[in-house]
Design a protein. Structure first.
Length: 133
């Protein structure tokens, strides 16, 4: 199963994007700001573009099973989870169905739909994150 996150240009607050599942639009995303390579502001920087393996593991912070991105350079514990604004993520990827500037609504609905698909697949899951052109 392949997830693809296509980022839009960052605002001063966040980075919006679109998430595709096997080439089909799944939902919208919201992340921290994409910064130049080598620049990281703790809790306010999006992860580097690239391809990452995704596994479902127990999140100590959220006390539930969530998707975890493995081997993200310079980051640990990067998850896909519900949330509405950049303050809800420390580098993680938020998903939702109702985007607005620096905001993402209907997050739980979008997450539950995506999680159901991830939970039932028997194939490996990857995510390719692409920066805005």
């Amino acid at each position: 199963m392949k997830l693809t996150l296509q980022r839009e240009p960052s605002t001063k607050v966040s980075t919006a994007g679109r998430l595709f599942l096997n080439g089909q639009f799944e939902c919208h995303t919201l992340e921290d700001i994409v910064r130049p390579r080598g620049v990281k502001v703790y809790g306010k920087t999006a992860i580097p573009a690239g391809v990452y393996q995704v596994v479902l593991t127990m999140s100590p912070r959220f006390k539930r099973v969530l998707p975890l991105l493995l081997n993200v350079p310079g980051f640990e514990g990067i998850r896909i989870h519900p949330g509405n604004k950049a303050e809800d993520t420390d580098g993680c990827i938020l998903v939702g169905d109702a985007p607005a500037p620096d905001w993402l609504g209907q997050s739980k609905v979008a997450f539950d739909r995506l999680f159901a698909k991830l939970r039932t697949t028997s194939e490996p899951v990857t995510i390719e994150i692409k920066d805005a052109s």
